[in-house]
Design a protein around this ligand. Sequence first.
Ligand code: GLY
Length: 406
Amino acid sequence: MDYQKLLSEQQRSDFEEALDLMVRKTVEDERRIGIEFPYVTNDAGAWRTWPASVSAGYDGDAWSHGNWFCGFWVGLLLACHLRSGEKDFLDWARERMRLVEPRADDANTHDIGFIFCGSAVPFFRLTGEIRHAETALRAADRLRARLINTPRGGFISSWGPLSDERGRRSSAIDTMANLPLLYWAAEKADDGSFRLAGESHARMTREAFIRPDGWTYHAVEYDLWSGNIHRGYTFQGYGDESRWTRGQAWAIYGYTATAAATGKLEYLELAGRLADSYLRHLDGSRVPFWDADDPAIPNAIRDSSAAAIAASAMLEMAALYPLPGDGRRWAGEGIAILESLCRDYLAREGAHRGLLKHACYSKPHGEGTDSAVMFGDYFFVEALCRIFYPGTLSALPSRLGQGVQG
Ligand code: GLY
């Protein structure tokens, strides 16, 4: 789909301004942040950084997701290269990859999907450098190895070493947005078992996570012997039964990718239903509150990263829908979200180092609660690249349109 034809002059100019701002800020930050990677901005608007090597795990009862955003910085450097044509960005991205690559062997987290779909996969796509494909395939092997088989199906365990039962029995909604690594690997390695693992997870998540209200749990704990749901709960949302908006955006994103990878319309329709629930709850703004059930609404904080993820997913949905009318509808929704982000959330001031202000990483943990977050910036840029540089940052092979199955 040629999204550019759908843009007004104002939208085009706003979106191009955002891409140019990305280039300016990224070059400045790359020169000053050293070997660590940005993840959330502090109260003054400066990036807080972490080494790429920090893995996920438990410290007693406390859980840390580790550094799951390092690949996104590489992705932004690649997007800057696309935008500016400057070779320096590729050189920096190569240097950064050396720090990120060891995480391909990280057996502690589902987030290696995020890490390598944001870095090695587009790096290989843009340059043909085989090293990056090999790295991404190693990571995909690790992700596939997280598949836990139960009598009710297989799911990918999200958190922690598989030897730790707390993580082994748990799955999170964000795993859905890590599946594209498996789908990419299925095509690259010509090994359908990657796709089967991803689809199995998507099926089990459909049964276990999606509530009658059309919203998703953040996490589900399974009984490992039966595969039955032990409980649905939250880690980063307001409450176990609440509507954590970023989780919903991850689900929309993941089911869209699953539709593309499997060629099955049922997943695209599910992504559409989840997106409808998400859109229905909006209060006139295109950027949701961090959790739609926070009693502080209308004074609750918003989450621009949820909007960015949803926009990127909706643009992809638009390309997959077999009927042009449906496709145009989702493209329109995605573009409208980007318009709102550019108009009201873009961090034009130099002191604020992120691209999108007013994201919420984790309210319950008091971390990055009204700041820029690296993944928000990345998915914002991914969405813009779908419009201006199609087939670059994200480009899942689509089996839809090559014989849609019911
Ligand atoms: N851990 C995924 C998220 O914060 O959305």
